[in-house]
Design a protein around this ligand. Sequence first.
Ligand code: CUA
Length: 338
Amino acid sequence: MSRGAVLLTATVPAAACFACAKGRALPMTTLAPKSDLAEWIYHLFIQVTLWDALILVIVVTAFILAVFVFSSRVGEAAPPSSAASDLGLEIAWTVGPALILLMISIPTVRTIFRSQPRLVPAGSLVIKVTAHQWWWEFTYQDSGVMTADELHIPTGRPIRLHLLSNDVIHSFWVPQLGGKRDVVPGQMNELTLQAFVPGTYLGQCAEFCGLSHANMKFRVMVETPDQFATWQRSEQGAPAAANQNTSPAAIEGARIFANSPCTTCHRIDGVSKGYIGPDLTHFGSRTTLAGGVLSNTPANVAKWVTDPEAIKPGAQMPRLGLAGEQLNALVAYLESLK
Ligand code: CUA
């Protein structure tokens, strides 16, 4: 290996770690845990890495000794060893690896049991997570609130996620909060965690699930209990009714929506009962759309409605063929759904 390559292999991980240490520069890092689950996994990783480093030191030391101290040079008389076996050495290289495995397996098995409690912890907030090609649906068991691609949870309360898939195998992963846990059709998997620090954490489907697997992103908004309660209240029931502040475009958009094929796929409380696509009841209150790929702005909603396939290859949503005033009206209506 050239000196340049050695330098590169040493500097790149070091620089990456430094960036992690700086915090939010790497939103998909597992090295800045923000929940109990992520912290247990992080501590296990550090422990195993330290054992690995110790093994590396021992192997490299033995290697250097063998090459530079105990080897014979060219021309040097080197009598062959007459020993048929060395009991001491044989015991050492049997017991050594067994001890290493033990030191790694004890914390691993402990973390597995700790991170997968069979019983739902007392006071848990139970949320059903349904994976679809390619978006995430979240349903809160107690309040009945339904949302898509943006999971809101409070700090300091156990969160119990019931993971289900509507089609193929996906995997739920929020690097700073926990996972990965496979989301399998016909089987309910569970994930339990408690978040510590309010913030927005990025998630990503971590199991290849088709054309737009990479576009199956989501966000977890960790909030203080008060902020969460406020959010949950605002998401309950039908969206605010049209009043004198509602723009004429939004009122026209409501009419277009009610008479469009959108109603077959999308539910809006009090308006439509579709269930194939995301619930749009409070669409205007979300920060993203299309599986977390686009930020929720009128221009992006228009772009998405005009040609979903261009943004998410394989998307099931058809083109609606709306343009001009009609498109603007529909977008104004969707954005008004707070
Ligand atoms: Cu869902 Cu990959």
